[in-house]
Design a protein around this ligand. Structure first.
Ligand SMILES: [Zn+2]
Length: 76
């Protein structure tokens, strides 16, 4: 899998997803809303170091399944 395919189209190119933040993203927050997303569907937010906790907590507070991964590929 190529990096471009994995991150394409969701939150913009390699920028933190936090509104107003222009930092480079170093984390990928992988999540799903079980109420509207079918099984296997995955949404990805990208986050900088400063906002990865904010964004993942925001999703966890809604009882969404959340996984935080380093944005560098090959780290799994
Ligand atoms: Zn940020």
């Amino acid at each position: 899998m190529t990096g471009g395919e994995f991150f394409g189209g969701e939150a913009g190119p390699h920028r933190c997803s936090r509104s107003g933040c222009t930092e480079d993203a170093v984390w990928a927050i992988v999540w799903r809303n079980p109420r509207i997303h079918p099984e296997g569907r995955r949404k990805i937010w990208t986050a900088c170091d400063a906002h990865v906790a904010f964004l993942s907590d925001y999703l966890r507070a809604r009882d969404f399944p959340v996984t935080v991964e380093p944005r560098e590929k090959g780290a799994s």
